[in-house]
Design a protein around this ligand. Sequence first.
Ligand code: NAI
Ligand code: MG
Length: 358
Amino acid sequence: MRVAVLPGDGIGPEITREAVNLLEEIVRLFQRNIEIQYGQIGGAAIDEEGTPLPKATLQLCRTSDAVLLGAVGGPKWDGQPGHLRPEAGLLALRKELGLYANLRPITVFAGLEGASPLKGELLQDVDMVIVRELTGGLYFGTPKERRRSGQEWEAVDTLHYTEAEIERILRLGFEMARQRRRLLTSVDKANVLETSRLWRETAERLALEYPDVTLNHLLVDNAAMQLIKCPSRFDVIVTENMFGDILSDEAAMITGSIGMLPSASLSETGPGLYEPIHGSAPDIAGQNKANPLAMFLSVAMMLRQTAGWAREADAIQSAIESVLAEGWRTEDLGEPGTARLTTSEMGAKVREALAQYA
Ligand code: NAI
Ligand code: MG
């Protein structure tokens, strides 16, 4: 497997260094062949090449099997015009790679329940994935403009989906559910929106191909309530771009710890992009304090989704669980009385634990 590694800015290089160490340990323990090549993105690329997404980086990503990204951004570049901001590099990369599906698994790790704003009993058995459509819908439909209407301004955004776009994301939802607890919740607003009615009809049609998966539909407003009321009822949630944007942030807060959440963005045939959901954390950058576990879990998703190496992915997951169960914490997770590890110490602990699952 060829992996393009883009460390980026802030804590990005710190967590990425540990992720590469982890990959090297996977190579050693499981006799896998992983080829790593580095590329620049974000503020680091602006400083050295004058653009947040250099052509060479895009080319590297296109010719790799997967992209592993730290984080981009920081106060240093905040005053820059839009196209010279680090975030523009990430947005351009997502678009260029055609990453139509964003996957966010939400799990609560044993011992970390205290970080959640929800009551402990609600967190039992929370284990879901949100599959969000990422390249269509209200954020991209045209017309999208502001225009004069008599004496005042008016503005229009367009919610547009083709049946093919809907089918593509729903199919991924069914496939994911098939690999998990076989329960797919399709979230829409079919009582009001025509795109949602097409969405629901397409889901019903596909369900005939997946008789082993239980499909149910939820209206988005109800879904927002159910996520808080009973988060353990969900397995895979599939939804359109804007609903997914909102619901995935809501769901992320169920666990309460941003340093623990990975994500994957997938395209039809090209490389997938794997990254933690958090940003570059400028407030702790350069201090060897960042929690590398969201990045490690992103590595596990990469091995599972892109390479199909379930055993290696499971081993990373188990190693993290066992390190947490022993009470080891980075500073962001630390309750009083627990041992605080640096980024590199946590990396070493997880690598050490990995051997018992090889
Ligand atoms: P952030 O996620 O970087 O930080 C929010 C808070 O969480 C901070 O207090 C930070 O110290 C803490 N935190 C984040 N990740 C952590 C980790 N792994 N371990 C321990 N603590 C962690 O979000 P913020 O502060 O809103 O944005 C900072 C910069 O990151 C901005 O320039 C923003 O544009 C960028 N950003 C980049 C993203 C990406 O590369 N995908 C996503 C979100 C923000
Ligand atoms: Mg969002």
